[in-house]
Ligand binder design. Structure first.
Ligand code: ZN
Length: 146
């Protein structure tokens, strides 16, 4: 169990140090911003959605290791998924980090399951996902976890 936990931390730290799909996305047609005042995490999500499929997804911002790793892992997971599939992953991810049962295997995202033991960290982990939801729904307002 400890080995597993270390491995998970390694994946999280790796995504924090070398975030995937970071920076502005040229040609994005949906975007939203999110803010977690509790920790100071800020994130902006850019999507390029064509025919209901997420062709590209990028994120930008500054935040703690958990919020950055979560956003980075999210972009990896969502590329190529339909909007409906993305909403399902979002629901499963939210269930996982809040300690509820989830229906589908979340693959690499499972490394973030440990945050459920740290309620204040749940907001860091879910910030990118709440912001994704706003971008998918084309809401323009800034999302806040408070
Ligand atoms: Zn944070």
């Amino acid at each position: 169990m400890n080995d597993l936990r270390e491995l998970y931390q390694e994946v999280i730290f790796d995504h924090y140090r070398r975030p995937r799909n970071a920076g502005m996305l040229e040609g994005a047609n949906r975007e939203a911003e999110g803010y977690n005042p509790l920790c100071g995490d800020k994130v902006k999500i850019y999507l390029k959605v064509e025919n209901d499929v997420i062709r590209e997804v990028h994120f930008d911002g500054s935040g703690c290791a958990i919020s950055t790793a979560s956003a980075s892992l999210m972009t990896e997971n969502l590329k190529g998924k339909t909007v409906k599939e993305a909403q399902q992953v979002l629901a499963d991810f939210h269930a996982m980090v809040t300690g509820h049962a989830h229906d589908h295997d979340l693959g690499k995202l499972e490394v973030l399951a440990g945050v459920r033991e740290f309620p204040q960290r749940v907001k860091c982990a879910t910030l990118a996902w709440h912001t994704l939801e706003a971008a998918l729904e084309k809401r323009d307002d800034t999302v806040t976890t408070e």
